[in-house]
Design a protein around this ligand. Structure first.
Ligand code: ADE
Length: 243
């Protein structure tokens, strides 16, 4: 999977590429990440990439020309299937695990980090294939959103987490009964405990120490449901109805 990230802050990504899952995914050649400085595609000597909004109003808007040039120069180097072009803005469709799974089946993604008060709408209309938001809140730019997408997609690529984990997350049938299965079932994951068995008087549930795997599975399924009811009742509404 190749991620091409278009940003005015390429250095923003240094930290996240040098740690954790993305570092491992890059090191294992599952993923390559190319950072493109939008200012390199500006047309003037000041390398300007934004301008005042038509119709007035505060702030600046990303101009279309540098973004079209950046994407088209990346596409010109691609042979075979084209990468989807994902524009990250608070106006996009909200990201969820199903969308992440779809994106993980692509050969590559071009991620455009929006900035300032917005991006000229011709980018969403005629350049991007997808417009995605990572949630109903406003960040000052799309860089964090691009990082979220790369991490969420990379962990689904076969081999990145080890095959067992990725197989589980593809399986709807495993539901909440296995770690990571909750997300595939549309439920939150069940609660986890580790040593010590008692901490400040709070005990880990005895069933988890029992060695009875059938009971553990049932407890976890029931706890996942309870957690989802408490924190995300909207997810319960969306579960497929039993026949
Ligand atoms: N840019 C600013 N806010 C954003 C959000 N919530 N999602 C994606 N990109 C953004």
């Amino acid at each position: 999977m190749i991620f091409d990230v278009i940003t005015i802050f390429p250095e923003f990504f240094c930290g996240i590429l040098e740690h954790g899952l993305l570092k491992r995914a890059i090191g294992g050649s599952y993923v390559s990440i190319r950072l493109h400085d939008l200012r390199d595609f500006a047309e003037d000597t000041h390398r300007s990439v934004d301008d005042r909004p038509f119709g007035g109003g505060p702030g600046m808007v990303f101009k279309p020309e540098p973004l079209f040039r950046a994407v088209e120069s990346i596409q010109a180097q691609q042979s075979g299937r084209r990468s989807r072009v994902v524009l990250l803005t608070p106006q996009g469709q909200v990201l969820n695990q199903r969308r992440v799974e779809q994106l993980s089946r692509e050969p590559g993604l071009i991620l455009i980090c929006g900035r300032y008060e917005g991006v000229d709408e011709r980018v969403a209309a005629h350049l991007a294939t997808d417009e995605i938001s990572i949630g109903d809140y406003v960040l000052s730019g799309g860089e964090l959103a691009a990082a979220v997408i790369m991490e969420a997609v990379a962990r689904l690529l076969p081999g990145v987490l080890g095959n067992q984990q990725s197989a589980i997350s593809d399986s709807f049938a495993m539901a909440a009964a296995s770690p990571g299965g909750g997300e595939a079932a549309g439920l939150l994951d069940f609660p986890q405990y580790t040593r010590p068995a008692e901490f400040r008087g709070w005990k880990a549930p005895e069933v988890l120490l029992s060695g009875n795997h059938q009971q553990i599975r049932e407890w976890r399924a029931q706890q996942a449901l309870a957690k989802t009811y408490k924190n995300r009742p909207d997810l319960i509404e969306r579960l497929p109805k039993e026949a």
